[in-house]
Design a binder for this molecule. Structure first.
Ligand code: PCA
Length: 331
């Protein structure tokens, strides 16, 4: 009897030291997200959850809670840090006041195409990962929103036409734009945007064709100026504690599905950008290129914001912009 127990203990010890995985019980994660269920980010998250299920043989089940049903957009990061939710999807530039590094992809005209935004991400990623790690978080993947343009009720010749207008902001940077152009900012996250439009507290804003379509902006706004000013990113994060509690095969399955979700998400974002603009046109909106004057005005806003950001972000910020510029393909 005694002997057998010793043997089995020895076997367990051996299995452990040889790295033989112990059978992991099923783990369930709630993932908090802030955008509508039909949004392409959310659809990508659902596919990610399915892929994780398959890659972990059903050991890790992720339930996606869309449309800010679990936590409001700005609360998701803290909820994951505090352990109220194991995982979540956040809009990085929303957290620029916490650390400027989160706002690198919210600066107007720094990166305006998908290719440039991907290069900016490559430059930002090591710093971003380090920052999240220090907060007890782990980055799983990011996906860019389609390029940001200006929604307006009347035609715009220059930014002077936006002076005094009620401007919806979703981030510190979009509120800063309002300040620089003399508009009145009101911060409203996507989940509350339709309602805000219905009550008339918003006349203009910058966002993507995607959010314009989701929030039915065409019901009260006629013009979309396709400035392609920047492509902010959503990031899917998990608490390190939740990640570390998974066994190695489950961690590997999760990371593999995350890498696939990132590649798929960036591709779908670009494809849907065209689809959204077509859909908005069909709903009666005019999608217009901005006039040279409007572009020049907005670029000036971008220059001020980049200079401010570089001052705030210090050496890390400078390194990101330098690495980004250095990676530009030769013209
Ligand atoms: N849609 C989100 C963030 C950026 C975007 O395109 C929003 O407007 O809240």
């Amino acid at each position: 009897m005694m002997k057998r127990r010793t043997l089995s203990l020895l076997a367990i010890g051996l299995a452990g030291s040889l790295g033989v995985p112990s059978a992991m019980a099923q783990t369930k994660w709630d993932l908090a997200s802030a955008y509508p269920i039909t949004n392409f980010h959310t659809e990508n998250l659902q596919q990610f959850a399915k892929d994780v299920d398959a890659a972990t043989s059903g050991k890790l089940k992720i339930t996606v809670h869309a449309n800010a049903s679990l936590f409001k957009a700005n609360e998701i990061k803290r909820a994951v840090q505090g352990g109220q939710a194991p995982a979540g999807e956040i809009l990085l530039p929303n957290f620029e006041n916490e650390n400027p590094i989160f706002g690198a992809d919210g600066i107007p005209f720094l990166a305006t195409s998908y290719a440039d935004s991907k290069r900016l991400y490559d430059a930002q990623k090591p710093v971003l990962e380090k920052l999240l790690n220090a907060q007890g978080l782990r980055l799983l993947y990011t996906v860019a929103w389609p390029p940001q343009g200006i929604y307006a009720k009347k035609e715009l010749a220059s930014v002077a036409d936006l002076r005094g207008i009620k401007w919806r902001a979703y981030s510190p940077a979009t509120a800063k734009i309002a300040e620089l152009i003399g508009a009145q900012p009101v911060t409203i996250q996507a989940a509350e945007l339709s309602q805000a439009m219905a009550t008339g507290v918003v006349e203009s804003m910058m966002t993507s064709g995607s959010t314009g379509y989701d929030s039915k902006l065409y019901e009260s706004i006629k013009y979309f100026y396709d400035t392609q000013a920047w492509l902010p990113k959503n990031a899917v994060i998990v608490s390190k504690k939740a990640f570390d509690a998974l066994d190695k095969p489950a961690q590997d399955g999760l990371l593999k599905a995350a890498a696939e979700a990132e590649a798929r998400g960036w591709k779908v974002s670009a494809e849907k950008n065209d689809w959204y603009k077509k859909a908005l046109t069909e709903k009666g909106m005019k999608i217009l290129p901005p006039s040279p004057k409007l572009v020049a005005d907005m670029r000036q806003v971008g220059d001020i914001m980049l200079a401010d950001w570089l001052k705030k972000a210090g050496p890390d910020g400078e390194a990101i912009v330098a690495a980004y510029r250095k990676s530009a393909p030769a013209k």
